[in-house]
Design a protein around this ligand. Structure first.
Ligand code: ARG
Length: 687
């Protein structure tokens, strides 16, 4: 870490300490004014916690300073636990020649590799010689590497200009079938024009084998931790975001050939179970014989929480229940199972409706492993005991992990340590992703750093916190119902269904669609719009949940995209041409790309591999949505000016069909269908 970012970090910590101290002071003053009461007890605990945090922060500042003094030029990264995948990876993206037919080809990545080789021929001794490929307004793509190379040469005293450098790069390009021609322009830009022959071959592959994934080398196991709600508590919009993003990332990884384990890290082992089970025992003493009617777990939870807060004896009993639970007392376990089942029903309803595939592996799964993990950290001398708690201080993270509480219980930190060990060592995951809101980033950094410290997490792993921003209501405040409660997801989905149906009826679609088709359209729209609205925003920023906006049929929305898709799909169908006929056609005919609009569409269709590769790298799914929208727009331009079917003006009878253009229509549709699938949206043939 360089000294300026260290300074920023220290400043941040100073500010935090200052604000905590202020808060501490206010609380202390309040305490002095208060009579001994429950309020006071609460404040005192709060106080204690704050003091504790101040201590830790102060200490970490001290340590940081000491470190800096002893090693002022340390370059170790501090807050970025996962190294960004380097551009080097790109070379993996070009498949071996003999396997070309099994993969689609990413144009940008292939260009990257071609230009990299060319630059290496001439300028292997220039470290600044990076390959820069971008889109271009004049040509199809552009290589902008010459300027930086020229600068570097000049600083070495060589007299050259960027155009000369660009020309040398061009001269060194190896023979390939992707580039039609290049030209050097302006201050050393290399304009790149793609070959039609190449596009025709790739389009033919697309028609015959569908939108195949680009090559990424050997793929192993990937684990995606997503959704992960808490038993007995309402699954909220934050969990919905995680569910939608996690499902989509899982599909993307599967598409690239990873063996994906989708894990639901349910909060099923926490202290809430103590009070729930104690309450269950009182209310339904017969529960081991007969299943009690606790359909409404929320009310049940509220009742038990109230008792827990008000009744000391109950509280003690509740704590005893937790201890017994973690020791697998059979009767308590039965109560626990019962409660989990009620929650599970509700979660499963949501997963089924939204086409989510998940394997349940909650915190409870790791109980035995947690014992082992503590022993392992202790053996390595990495555990410090403070006020009866056992702590682990992960390097470069401001807050320590509490691995054992003073009452001997385990925490969220402990189960996540056990989970990461299990994922990397037992499941042998090459990639482990955690789709959790950004608010938990310090927690995740702590877990990753500790896992690195103990040696489970190695540089070859890709372990990332796939974080996302909060969901806001239309008032830009935290998403709540009018009365201020958390929104029940089930109610939210139902509202989506009602609104989608209203929308379809407004367009009189109920008059043309069969009952079955109408329901399919209703669900595709309702759930599709909720998912698409989420995914089309950059996940790292917050987003405003608005049914009105997401159900609009203009702009980059699911409704618009679904309409565009069904319209494109219907073109060949209305012409009476089947996909089999189109396949036969491309086997023996060249796809015509002479018209400027045909050519533009073809080039856009063939961008899908690079779009998916980028999403695999940065796990930002909105670029897939942006691409779909662009593709639909370019398609409209094409369709407006290139006839595909010619009809008799009087009779409406089909006079002629342009098969090559129908191939372009179907290729567009099949790429869009693949995008929909990756985003977790259902497509429909009619709407
Ligand atoms: N149950 C947690 C919550 O609702 C999310 C768990 C995410 N996964 C994990 N491995 N920590 O906040």
């Amino acid at each position: 870490m360089d000294s300026s970012s260290l300074k920023t970090k220290l400043d941040q910590q100073d500010k935090l300490i200052e604000s905590l101290e202020k808060e501490f002071q206010i609380l202390s003053e309040q305490r002095d004014k208060l009579k001994p009461s429950e309020e006071l007890a609460k404040l005192l605990t709060e106080n204690q916690k704050l003091k504790y945090r101040i201590d830790i922060l102060k200490r970490s500042v001290q340590e940081e300073l000491a470190k800096q003094r002893s090693n002022p030029t340390t370059t170790q990264a501090m807050s970025s636990p996962t190294p960004t995948p380097s551009r080097q990876l790109t070379f993996k993206y070009v498949p071996p020649v003999q396997e070309r037919n099994k993969y689609s080809l990413s144009i940008t990545d292939t260009l990257y590799s071609l230009f990299d080789k060319a630059i290496q021929v001439e300028y292997s001794n220039i470290p600044e010689a990076a390959v820069v490929i971008t889109g271009s307004k004049v040509a199809d793509y552009q290589c902008n590497s010459a300027m930086a190379i020229c600068q570097a040469l000049k600083s070495k005293g060589e007299k050259v200009n960027p155009s000369q450098v660009a020309q040398k790069i061009v001269n060194s390009l190896e023979v390939n079938d992707l580039i039609e021609k290049t030209e050097v322009s302006g201050p050393g830009f290399i304009n790149i024009y793609l070959s039609k022959k190449f596009a025709q071959t790739e389009l033919q592959k697309l028609v015959l084998s569908g939108a195949q994934a680009p090559f990424v080398g050997e793929t192993k196991r990937a684990i995606v931790d997503f959704s992960s709600p808490n038993i007995a508590k309402e699954m909220h919009v934050g969990h919905l975001r995680s569910t939608i993003i996690g499902e989509s990332i899982s599909r993307l990884l599967e598409y690239f050939g990873y063996d994906v384990l989708r894990l639901n890290h349910l909060g099923d082992w926490g202290t809430q179970f103590g009070m729930l089970i104690a309450h269950l025992k009182d209310k339904f003493p017969n529960y081991t014989q007969e299943v009690p009617p606790i359909g409404d777990l929320q009310t049940f939870y509220k009742e038990s929480k109230k008792r827990f807060d008000e009744d000391e004896a109950f509280k003690t009993r509740a704590y005893e229940c937790v201890v017994k639970l973690q020791k697998y007392d059979p009767e308590i376990i039965q109560g626990w199972k019962l409660i989990c089942d009620v929650s599970r029903k509700e979660f499963n309803y949501i997963y089924k409706e939204l086409d989510i595939k998940l394997e349940e592996r909650g915190e409870s799964y790791y109980q035995k492993l947690m014992d082992e993990v503590i022993v392992e950290f202790e053996k390595e001398g990495l555990v410090k005991v403070e006020d009866g708690r056992k702590l682990v201080f992960p390097p470069n993270v401001s807050i320590p992990l509490t691995v054992v509480k003073s009452d001997g219980g385990y925490t969220y930190d402990t189960s996540d340590l056990a989970a990461i060990k299990n994922r990397l060592l037992t499941e042998k995951a090459e990639i482990a992703l955690y789709v959790i809101d950004a608010g938990q980033s310090v927690h995740m950094q702590g877990i990753f750093s500790a896992a690195r410290l103990i040696g489970w997490l190695k540089p070859e792993h890709r372990v990332e916190h796939v974080e996302f921003g909060v969901v806001l209501g239309e008032d830009k405040k935290k998403f709540k119902t009018r009365s201020g409660d958390t929104v029940r997801l089930r109610d939210l989905l139902d509202e989506g269904l009602t609104r989608a149906l209203a929308k379809l009826k407004e367009k009189e679609r109920d008059k043309v669609l069969s009952e079955e088709e109408l329901i399919a359209a209703q669900k595709a729209i309702a759930y599709g719009c909720v998912k698409y609205a989420d995914l089309s925003h950059n996940r790292t920023s917050e987003y405003i949940f608005s049914f009105d906006k997401m159900l609009e049929d203009k702009g980059n929305t699911a409704v618009y995209m679904l309409y565009a898709y069904t319209r494109i799909r219907s073109i060949a169908r209305n012409a009476g041409v089947t996909s089999e006929q189109l396949k036969e056609f491309v086997k023996s005919n060249q796809i015509v790309l002479d018209d400027a609009k045909e050519w533009k569409l073809a080039k856009n269709i063939l961008r899908f591999p690079e779009v998916y590769l980028k999403a695999l790298n940065d796990l930002l799914l909105h670029s897939i949505c942006d691409y779909m929208y662009d593709l639909a727009t370019v398609f409209t331009e094409f369709y407006d000016s290139c006839y595909c079917i010619e009809k008799d003006k009087q009779t409406g009878e089909i006079k002629s069909v342009n098969m090559s253009r129908l191939v372009l229509c179907e290729s567009t549709a099949s790429v869009l269908a693949q995008c929909f699938y990756l985003l977790g949206l259902r497509t429909i043939e009619k709407m």
